[in-house]
Design a protein around this ligand. Structure first.
Ligand SMILES: Nc1nc2c(c(=O)[nH]1)N[C@H]1C(S)=C(S)[C@@H](COP(=O)(O)OP(=O)(O)OC[C@H]3O[C@@H](n4cnc5c(=O)[nH]c(N)nc54)[C@H](O)[C@@H]3O)O[C@H]1N2
Ligand SMILES: Nc1nc2c(c(=O)[nH]1)N[C@H]1C(S)=C(S)[C@@H](COP(=O)(O)OP(=O)(O)OC[C@H]3O[C@@H](n4cnc5c(=O)[nH]c(N)nc54)[C@H](O)[C@@H]3O)O[C@H]1N2
Ligand code: SF4
Ligand SMILES: [Mo]
Length: 683
């Protein structure tokens, strides 16, 4: 009998942006367990249910194990050599025939920094296009734009460790206990044990509302109004910090002018937040010194997403709540590595470190390092635009690494049409996802447990992931696949022996990652900006001065959501996620514990609406919007207000995105996942 070999490897959770540290236990090359790391600065010995079960999907029998090529409507197995030859040949042909602008590249917030860096290098250096983007577009694009404009940096200003010292949290559009559980429990601890106060502003009565000193339930899509209302109260009652405003900010007069009309009475009309509650909330926030704003998708996923973010930034600057410990404007980044995918330049307008493609000196630096000429200078297409152009027949070839837009992009009928129209689609995946079904070539990727690399969590902490087992079947890490494709396209500057060499290149080209190397990341990473080899990393941003010098107030005027209820489509639909599942379900629906808890989709309906519709828990209903319809079951709950419903988007058989509105924010191009109009019929 062979002796069982049991090993524990310290790595980082592949699910959310908390970036918890965990040990993967393997036995004879198979992962058998996952356990928290006691010393990890975020998880501190805890994990949520997804982290505890983060290993099961890795071993699933239906993992993609060999390259596949579409043949007679199905797929046939081919060698890596054949698959890579087809991919490089077809992509080069499209570039030759239609020009670089006919190609698009979707990178992946599930993949490592090194892999995202190579994806954007492949798009730019090999194929000459800036058409590279990823799911941050659907997520915190508004943050990246809005905070860069006001503060000069689009990242979370403060750190998770500072939560325990905060005296107040203003939480809006973040269902923190469900979606960032380890941060959510920090907040509950701070409230229960540390006496911190909590203001929750969310149309849904989320778990944290139970712990709130003040809970305000605004109507969906009215955030600019209530935030302006708070600013109005703070100015009127002179609760702002005059000295901070004079020394550290600009454009205060304009802010004053714009918010003047947002009196608590006017705001109540728009938002339904009672005027006295708003005043109380504004006073509490302004008077508390260590007050942290925490937000997520409820703020960003709107046609006014950028305005929402800018408005929060205004509120924080007005009261000197940026640039100090336990304060700040804290967007909770969602995917395990969405912060990193943005940092390393998987975006259409910037290289790594948010260095603009339009800047000639920046391009010259990358051209020299990458040994290429004429890197494209015009910002490329975003995720949402890539699908528009594909549908119009102007974008011909698409390379997707680890995204599942058929389930995750708005108006999925439109996405399916666009994918069908492509001349060539290649995808790197770990499972045969709904999107992979449309591919001409599927390349089997190694999962997080089967490769080395780094993820950057929501607090800008660059952390190692470490290989625990060999990849299943013939699967290969994304970085190797991308490097091979570059090579076959005749570009030899993308060969690396190991991921640490890619990080060394990132560090050389990227000031905010300048001091980062694998050696320095032991054991629990470094927080950027980390400018040089002896820089300790940065716990909170904008100390003494904003990243852009002075912080700029950018006041915004309230505008309603793109599609509001009317007589026919009489409910507001808002979509999002739940604790037990991950996005398009490829991983969590293959995890028995998670799947058992919530096996299929549902629509949350308020008890009074349920009575009017004559439905109860478990009743089947048809939910329709102007884009399409789904059938699902009812969950009656007080969590949602009368007139609104909520559908989690994880479930392909009742896919919320069949219904959602593809209208986008004019600047950030993020879709309005949080508001559209639907009708509901009992089946
Ligand atoms: N379990 C689990 N955790 C996850 C994920 C997952 O799929 N599953 N995904 C990860 C990712 S990528 C992300 S981006 C994060 C997202 O994390 P969150 O943003 O916390 O999650 P959501 O469910 O999208 O919506 C957040 C909240 O916005 C509120 N909301 C809806 N409309 C409005 C509005 O108009 N204004 C305001 N202020 N609030 C509104 C909703 O009621 C909800 O409470 O979660 C991450 N964590
Ligand atoms: N209606 C509605 N829609 C939404 C949202 C919403 O709130 N409402 N939220 C949006 C947001 S915030 C986000 S972030 C997006 C997420 O949208 P997606 O990124 O499309 O969703 P995921 O299911 O996380 O897709 C990741 C894919 O990568 C694969 N994968 C995992 N690990 C690896 C790897 O190492 N390599 C490779 N190559 N593949 C891998 C997984 O199997 C999975 O298919 O959804 C958006 N869609
Ligand atoms: S909180 Fe997020 S990072 Fe931590 S274990 Fe859960 S899913 Fe993983
Ligand atoms: Mo996200």
């Amino acid at each position: 009998m062979r002796e069982a070999r049991c090993e524990f490897v310290l790595t980082t959770c592949p699910f959310c942006g908390c970036g918890c540290g965990l040990y993967l236990e393997s036995e004879n090359g198979i992962i058998v367990g996952s356990y928290p790391s006691r010393n990890h600065p975020v998880s501190k010995g805890g994990l949520c249910v997804k982290g505890w079960n983060a290993y099961e999907f890795v071993n699933k029998l239906d993992r993609l194990k060999v390259p596949l090529i579409k043949s007679n409507g199905g797929f046939k197995e081919v060698s890596w050599d054949r698959a890579l030859e087809v991919v490089s040949k077809r992509l080069l042909e499209i570039k030759e025939k239609y020009g670089p602008g006919a190609l698009g590249f979707l990178s992946s917030a599930k993949a490592t920094n090194e892999e995202n860096f190579l994806m954007m290098k492949l798009a730019r250096a090999v194929f000459g296009t800036n058409n590279v983007d990823h799911c941050a577009r659907l997520c915190h694009a508004s943050t990246v734009t809005g905070l860069a404009a006001t503060f000069g940096s689009g990242a979370m200003t403060n750190s998770i460790s500072e939560f325990e010292d905060a005296d107040l949290f203003l939480i809006t559009g973040s269902d923190t206990t469900e979606q960032h559980p380890l941060i959510g429990s920090r907040i509950i601890n701070a409230v229960n044990d540390g006496g911190s106060k909590l203001i929750v502003v969310d149309p849904r009565k989320i778990e944290l509302a139970k712990y709130a000193t003040i809970y305000m339930a605004q109507d969906n899509g009215t955030d600019v109004a209530w935030i302006n209302g708070m600013v109005n109260v703070i100015i009127k009652e002179q609760l702002y910090d005059q000295k901070y405003i004079e020394e550290r900010t600009e454009n205060f007069e304009e802010l004053k002018r714009i918010v003047e009309q947002y009196t608590p009475e006017y705001v109540e009309k728009i938002t339904k937040i009672p005027r006295d509650l708003l005043i109380e909330g504004a006073r509490l926030y302004a008077k508390t010194k260590k007050a942290m704003i925490v937000y997520s998708m409820g703020i960003t996923q709107h046609t006014t997403g950028v305005d929402n973010v800018k408005s929060l930034a205004n509120l924080a600057m007005l009261t000197a709540h940026v640039g100090f410990a336990s304060t700040g404007v804290n967007p909770l980044r969602g995917q395990n590595n969405v912060q990193g995918a943005c940092d390393v330049g998987a975006l259409p307008d910037v290289f790594s470190g948010y260095q603009k493609v339009t800047d000639r000196a920046v391009r010259a630096k990358f051209e020299k390092m990458w040994k290429v000429k004429n890197l494209p200078s015009k910002p490329g297409l975003t995720v949402t635009e890539i699908f528009d152009k594909a549908q119009e027949g102007k974008l011909k070839g698409l390379y997707i690494m680890g995204e599942n837009p058929v389930i995750s992009d708005p108006d999925s009928t439109r996405v399916r049409k666009a994918l069908k129209k492509l001349e060539f689609l290649v995808i790197n995946e770990i499972f045969l996802s709904d999107t992979a079904q449309y591919a001409d070539v599927i390349l089997p990727a190694a999962s997080f447990a089967e490769k080395d690399g780094t993820f950057t969590n929501t607090e800008r902490r660059v952390e190692r992931i470490r290989q625990a087992i060999e990849p299943v079947g013939e699967a290969r890490p994304d970085w190797e696949i991308l490097s091979e494709i570059a090579n076959r396209c005749g570009y030899s500057e993308m060969e690396y022996g190991r991921p640490s060499e890619i990080m060394d290149e990132i560090a050389q080209l990227t000031p905010i990652y300048g001091g980062i190397s694998y050696g320095r990341l032991e054991p629990f990473g470094l927080q950027w900006p980390c400018l040089s080899k002896d820089h300790p990393g940065t716990v909170y941003l904008h100390k003494d001065r904003f990243a852009k010098g002075k912080g700029t107030f950018m006041p915004c005027v309230y505008t309603p959501a793109d599609e509001l209820p009317d007589d026919e489509y009489n409910f507001v639909l808002s979509t999002g996620r739940i604790y037990w599942h991950w996005h398009t379900g490829t991983m969590t629906r293959r995890t028995s514990t998670l799947d058992r808890e919530v096996p299929s989709g549902y629509v949350e309906i308020n008890p009074e609406d349920a009575e009017n519709l004559k439905v109860r828990k478990g009743s089947r209903v048809r939910v329709s919007s102007r884009r399409g319809q789904i059938e699902t079951q009812v969950l009656v709950t007080n969590k949602v207000k009368q007139g609104s419903v909520f559908i989690p988007f994880h479930f392909r058989e009742a896919a919320a995105n069949v219904l959602t509105n593809p209208a986008v924010d004019p600047v950030a191009k993020i879709p309005e996942y949080k508001v559209c109009a639907v009708k509901i019929e009992k089946i």
